[in-house]
Design a protein around this ligand. Sequence first.
Ligand SMILES: *Cc1c(COP(=O)(O)O)cnc(C)c1O
Length: 378
Amino acid sequence: MIKFLDLQKINAQYASELKVASTRVIDSGWYLLGNEVKNFETHLAEYVGVKHAIGVANGLDALRLILKAYIEMGIMAEGDEVIVPANTYIASILAISDNRLTPVLVEPDINSYNLNISLIEKHITARTKAIMVVHLYGQVCWGEELEALAKKYNLKIIEDNAQAIGAVGGSQSLTQAARKTGSLGDAAGFSFYPGKNLGAMGDGGAVTTNDDALATMVRALGNYGSKQKYVNEYQGLNSRLDELQAALLDVKLRYIDADNQRRREIAQYYIENIKNDKLILPIYNLSFTIHHFSHVWHLFVIRCTERERLQQYLTDNGIQTLIHYPIPPHKQGAYKEMNTVAFPITEQIHNEVLSLPMSPVMEWEEVKYVVEIVNNFN
Ligand SMILES: *Cc1c(COP(=O)(O)O)cnc(C)c1O
């Protein structure tokens, strides 16, 4: 059987280094807020190209803490609006509503599946304080138009970078300097959920930013609202990356570019060789270098109007697939107030998408087998 994602095989690549790192932490007697987290934060900040990286407990908390920090700093207040794509994993939206801010959902672009930047402006009101972009499936969502809107309306741009560590964006043209996701906006949330491109062996997350005040606030809020032990300036949370996960992530960070490159090669092979009129492949221009690096292929998502039959056919042929995601956030019980609002493009995407196996440890024979079976679907 071809697994959708073989986590055991992914981590086995680095097993000896991971074991050295975990033994070091176990033997150290120090498990929270120590040198392992500091090291990893330094390396992550260097990698992303930002001044600050702050380890937190998970990706949802990274986004929650950014917004909570803006509220504590007086930049946002309860009831303010944050624009967010309707087509995202629900965590992006939970981070907003958890802070008693109002998520304003905006439809995606049917070709990129990312937030349709040209639809944002008509959703901006006097209460809009931020735009949360999600680099969905690993593809950068950015543009000069977005930067101009943020400037014009004085909005923060928060990146949900849970799926796109290592992707490069920031400019539409080849001449402008490329920057990595996580450094494009005012602040970004990362997830190290085991299945993400940089996965921990448990939960983990991080916030990145160039904003000194925001970094200090996020760090305090993630540690009981405290900068100094037993002195609590704010009503914070306990949301910290632990030493063990930080040590493991620090090992894996060294290989993230190689892993992402392998994903790109597989994606390119899929795109060049899958030929089936019943399917829509990712619409993506691989010929430009800058575009090539603007996707890290966390997921390889195709569309099919007969999605259920396709998935069953692939299962019958030993190919495991997943759906990202089967129910859109606005149709969830968690957001009953939005259940009757229509987001037709989001709904179409949720009805048609299917994620093919994609990981840096897929063998070429497996990739070729997937292509052969998919091409024979009729
Ligand atoms: C995974 C994910 C999150 C949440 O990350 P966790 O570490 O699981 O809390 C947020 N947004 C998106 C787009 C994600 O894919």
